[in-house]
Design a protein around this ligand. Structure first.
Ligand code: P6P
Length: 340
């Protein structure tokens, strides 16, 4: 029976990767793990809300029953604020960044940007959803964090990860030295190492895109989709189309088995739909650490210069050979001037 290794034990074991850190990043990752366990508990009973007597806006304890994405947001903010390791927080749920100014935090070394519950509209259909987080080292010297601390390229990420609440709940993260996955064991309330040193296959046979928007896609994406659908046994084509409307779930599956996820520009999303700072950058950091690729169709996502907190970007992420093939079509059929 192999010895179980918890997230906490793993973090401490990897402490030596950060000789200059006095444990701040370790405590920060622990704080994120705590929020994830609390969110997991609520996500897993979402369908039971009515049965548990949580009807309308007030539950049996007379507390305000919150939408799960609001609840998740509050858990991350509470855990990160109490943990004292971040000087500011940015969330998909909050228009403005949240400076953390308590005594311990105002000189903390890190800022965290996160999407507390991506794909939350799927919860009532019992479809997997996810939390995504990005950890940047502050660039300002002291005091509560500012917008400047967040507007950093993804190449500056110190750590990034996601939690997927699915048939089991997993936390997958990287601190720049590979990717490791931890599965929550509810019987002991611990994330346990289940997927050490994750690597994405160089190729695959799955493409994930919402083909309902086909007519609005750039020509390069249309040509790539038709390429995926051609018969060619030597390159595992035709690919299977797998798209469940929850990016963390689609990208996690592709990370395990190979494939590509694409959210390109459409008429309703002229800059793409997914957000650079707290969705595309952290997911790209992880997939690159696992040997994959992530671009906006032309440029490496991690090198895109952020201009605002909630900036969107077209997003091509997954197995390196498939992303490169999609980029070939984009460069051949959908040439645009580099934006910056
Ligand atoms: P569409 C969820 O709202 C999300 O941000 C991603 O998780 C998901 O991949 C995408 O939007 C789905 O968007 O336009 O295909 O419904």
């Amino acid at each position: 029976m192999s010895k179980v290794k918890t997230l906490g034990q793993f973090i401490i074991e990897k402490q030596d990767d950060f000789p200059y850190s006095k444990g701040e990043l370790s405590r920060l990752l622990r704080d994120i793990g705590i929020a994830a366990k609390i969110i997991n508990r609520e996500v897993n009973k979402a369908g039971l809300a009515d049965i548990l007597g949580e009807t309308g806006d007030n539950n049996v304890q007379g507390e305000q029953v919150k939408k799960l994405d609001v609840f998740s947001n509050e858990q991350f903010i509470a855990a990160l604020t109490a943990g004292g390791e971040v000087c500011a927080i940015a969330s998909e749920e909050n228009e403005e960044l949240i400076p953390v100014a308590n005594e311990q935090s105002k000189n903390a070394k890190y800022v965290v940007a996160f999407d507390p519950l991506d794909g939350s509209s799927n919860i009532d259909a019992n479809v997997s959803v996810g939390s995504i987080f990005a950890v940047y080292r502050r660039t300002t010297l002291s005091g509560p964090g500012t917008l400047e601390d967040f507007l950093q390229r993804g190449t500056e990420l110190v750590a990034a990860g996601y939690v997927i609440y699915g048939s089991s709940t997993m936390m997958v993260y990287s601190t720049g030295k590979g990717v490791n996955g931890f599965t929550l064991d509810p019987s002991i309330g611990e994330f346990c190492l289940s997927h050490p040193d994750m690597k994405i296959p160089k190729s695959g046979k799955t493409y994930s895109i919402n083909e309902g928007y086909y007519v609005h896609f750039p020509d390069g994406v249309k040509k790539f989709i038709k390429w995926c659908q051609e018969e060619d046994k030597s390159t595992n084509r035709p690919y299977s189309s797998r798209y469940i409307g929850s990016a963390v779930a689609d990208i996690h599956r592709n990370l395990l088995y190979g494939g590509v996820f694409i959210y390109p520009t459409t008429s309703q999303a002229p800059n793409g739909k997914l957000r650079l700072l707290y969705e595309c950058n952290p997911l790209s950091f992880i997939v690159e650490q696992a040997g994959g690729k992530a671009s906006d169709g032309y440029r490496r996502i991690l090198e895109v210069e952020p201009k605002s907190l909630h900036q969107r970007t077209p997003f091509f992420i997954g197995s390196s050979e498939i992303v490169e093939k999609a980029e070939e079509f984009m460069k051949k059929y959908s040439v645009v001037e580099a934006k910056n």
